[in-house]
Design a binder for this molecule. Structure first.
Ligand code: HOZ
Length: 429
């Protein structure tokens, strides 16, 4: 394929933007080569500035549950665009948005809109601290909760991709109240609780980790976390920025049957526009200003355009009874095809999948936590990524990101992907 225009754009971009990108993983640094500059997207396809077409599995890192640019989102945006882009004052759309989220996710009694997952998680921890009058919180190694200072400690996603899970610029003081436990290891949580009796405000977890590849928590682990939080009056926060409305209408908490006290959202709830949210128990949420003393605010929070796109997405989810069955069917089809390829090639690389979120790890050992994810051969993943790209399949440019399937992926798309996967693997192993 010819990538010359992308290469030219990248050189130009690097002059004005650090690394030429506005978010590090996009730079292709961990897989090598030049990032593609995208011109447009429709359904399961994206088109780069050189005119190349790809079947793609990033879906803007999660939001595009229905593929790129579905008509119903364009219509909602167009209708609202004419009314005004931002008021910094309440609109009816915000009520509709809050209402639909509380209907779909029963643990959410009240919700506040923000502009990104990062804002959602940082606000959720602040409100948990304000509610409990405690400072410390527990996160898990390899989980990524956005880039607020105190979360960038043993974090996943881009930080992990570049081997700097704990970022310079995070001061010791910032990190002091962040305690890190091991994913799926309840004993590591119990030890921290014992060492920090009555000091822990919150435990925050991605119930389906999507930032060290896809690594689901076990149900037992989440149930035990729930019990410990009840016993110690700790706020349990599920970071469902990725899994929310992705794996089920009610997110991972519906799949597992475990209710958190607070949930953070992003990605799908914006229908492709920048939206995040955090919500949960009424008594906790009501410690937020202007009802309570915990301050949190934002000029663009609840922005009418973002709300209209998000509301269109959530309404579509609410009204489509068999949506998640369709996604499961497509995702299973792809998983079985890829596993069949591995069998034919005598390789037993691990494929983790929950609904339409999945990850092919280049390791033959079970991946259940950070350390096992780290056993992946990232160099081989880089080779695989480029082989797939050359065959017209656009995957995440990092071993430690998820692969997302949308309702727009057709059987033909999936078959092409399975064939490309076989050919790519054959060429590199
Ligand atoms: N690491 C981010 C997703 N988990 C990447 C976001 C982006 O580059 O847009």
């Amino acid at each position: 394929m010819n990538y010359s225009k992308s290469e030219k754009f990248f050189e130009e971009a690097k002059k004005y933007i650090p690394g030429g990108v506005n978010s590090p993983v996009r730079a292709f640094k961990s897989v090598g080569g030049t990032p593609l500059f995208i011109e447009s997207g429709k359904g399961s396809r994206i088109y780069d500035v050189d005119g190349n077409e790809y079947i793609e599995y990033i879906g803007s890192w999660g939001p595009h549950l229905f593929g790129h640019n579905p008509e119903f989102i364009i219509n909602a945006l167009t209708a609202n665009l004419k009314k005004g882009t931002s008021f910094g004052a309440p609109t009816e759309l915000e009520i509709k948005m809050a209402k639909i989220i509380t209907e779909l996710v029963p643990s959410v009694e009240k919700i506040r809109m923000v502009n990104s997952g990062t804002e959602a998680t940082m606000s959720a921890v602040r409100v948990a601290r304000g509610f409990t009058n405690r400072n410390k919180f527990i996160k898990f190694e390899g989980c990524y909760h956005g880039h607020a200072d105190y979360f960038l400690i043993k974090a996943g996603s881009g930080a992990l991709t570049f081997g700097v899970p704990t970022s310079p610029g995070v001061t010791a003081a910032n990190a002091a109240d962040t305690l890190v436990a091991d994913y799926n290891d309840i004993d590591s949580v119990k030890s921290l609780l014992q060492e920090n009796k009555n000091e822990i405000a919150a435990i925050i977890i991605e119930p389906i980790a999507g930032n060290m590849g896809v690594v689901p928590a076990t149900k037992e682990f989440l149930l035990e976390l729930r019990t410990l939080c009840n016993e110690e009056n700790i706020v349990l926060i599920f970071d469902e920025v990725m899994s929310g409305f992705r794996v089920a209408k009610g997110g991972a908490q519906e799949v597992y049957g475990v209710q958190p006290d607070l949930t953070t959202f992003g990605k799908i709830i914006g229908g492709g526009l920048p939206v995040g949210a955090f919500g949960g128990r009424k008594d906790i949420m009501d410690t937020l200003a202007p009802v309570g003393p915990v301050y949190q605010a934002g000029t663009l929070s609840g922005n009418p355009l973002a709300m209209s796109a998000g509301l269109a997405a959530l309404t579509h989810i609410k009204e489509n009874e068999n949506l998640y069955d369709i996604l499961e069917e497509k995702s299973k089809y792809l998983e079985e095809g890829l596993k069949e390829n591995l069998k034919k090639l005598n390789k037993s690389f691990v494929m983790n999948r929950v609904g339409s979120m999945s990850c092919l790890f280049f390791t033959e050992e079970n991946v259940a936590d950070f350390n096992s994810a780290m056993k992946s051969n990232t160099e081989l993943y880089g080779k695989y990524f480029h082989k797939m790209l050359d065959k017209g399949i656009y995957l995440a440019p990092s071993q430690f990101e998820a692969m997302f399937i949308s309702t727009a992926h057709t059987t033909e798309d999936l078959d092409k992907t399975i064939k490309a996967n076989y050919d790519a693997l054959k060429e590199i192993i």
